[in-house]
Design a protein around this ligand. Structure first.
Ligand SMILES: COc1ccc(C[C@H]2SC(=O)NC2=O)c(OC)c1
Ligand SMILES: [Zn+2]
Length: 229
């Protein structure tokens, strides 16, 4: 297998398990969310999912080679309730998946439909584990909020603060600081309905350590904001 994993026939998801055994596991992400078989769990309605984030400036944005990633460790952030039991999860980073056209790009699909992109807000379980790396080795270690992007006429101001820096990090491994203040709360849709399931990192090493929370309502961005090459 090619040294570097990717999305081509010779190094893509179908062969990841050769180098990353967990990629062959039973709770792999992403998945197609079949809305007809998703069951509403009355228990979840009792335990409201709550989140609290800080606004931060000078966050570092990195070109990962597969998209952009903003490192945003926030000791003062909290994600709890809903499917997360009694544990508190803390924001570590957020990143984006998008495609060549606005007809594709999200990792999760809904009844077979892909969105133009998908934002992942990655949190780790600070109640049980001492570090992000340790949490990523456990089935309840991470909680990732997924937000779909729909392409429309209005641009998203918060996303604009991020994509406006991409011209400075054209190549894999490059990074720069985002001067603007970023408030992760603004990435979330107004409708807070979500699907949740136990899954994994969506790229190697594909650890089966993620409690997925995928919001039903997409946020709107412009074509330019989500088909950046
Ligand atoms: C601990 O090693 C890793 C490796 C890869 C990712 C990124 C994956 S996981 C996701 O939700 N989307 C992605 O692209 C990661 O993220 C927490 C953590
Ligand atoms: Zn992701």
């Amino acid at each position: 297998m090619a040294a570097e994993w990717g999305y081509s026939p010779t190094n893509g998801p179908d062969v990841w398990a050769r180098l990353f055994p967990q990629a062959g596991g039973a709770r792999q992400s992403p998945v197609d969310i079949c809305t007809s078989i998703a069951s509403s769990d009355s228990n979840l309605e009792m335990k409201k999912l709550t989140f609290a984030y800080e606004s931060q400036s000078d966050l570092r944005i990195l070109n990962t080679g597969h998209g952009w990633k903003v490192e945003a460790p926030q000791s003062g952030s909290r994600l709890e309730g809903g499917p997360l039991g009694e544990d508190i999860y803390q924001l570590e980073q957020f990143h984006c998946h998008w495609g060549e056209t606005s007809a594709e790009g999200s990792e999760h699909t809904v009844d077979g439909r892909a969105y133009a992109g998908e934002l992942h807000l990655v949190h780790w379980n600070t109640t049980k584990y001492q570090s992000f790396a340790e949490a990523a080795q456990h089935p309840d270690g991470l909680a990732v909020l997924g937000v779909f992007f729909d392409v429309g006429n209005e641009s998203n101001d918060e996303i604009e603060k991020i994509v406006s820096t991409l011209s400075e990090i054209k190549f894999k491994g490059q990074f720069t600081d985002i001067p603007d203040v970023i408030d992760p709360t603004t990435f979330l849709p107004s409708g807070l309905g979500y699907w949740t399931y136990l899954g994994s990192l969506t790229t190697p090493p594909c650890n089966e350590c993620v409690i997925w929370i995928v919001y039903k309502e997409p946020i709107t961005v412009t074509e330019e904001q989500v088909t950046y090459h």
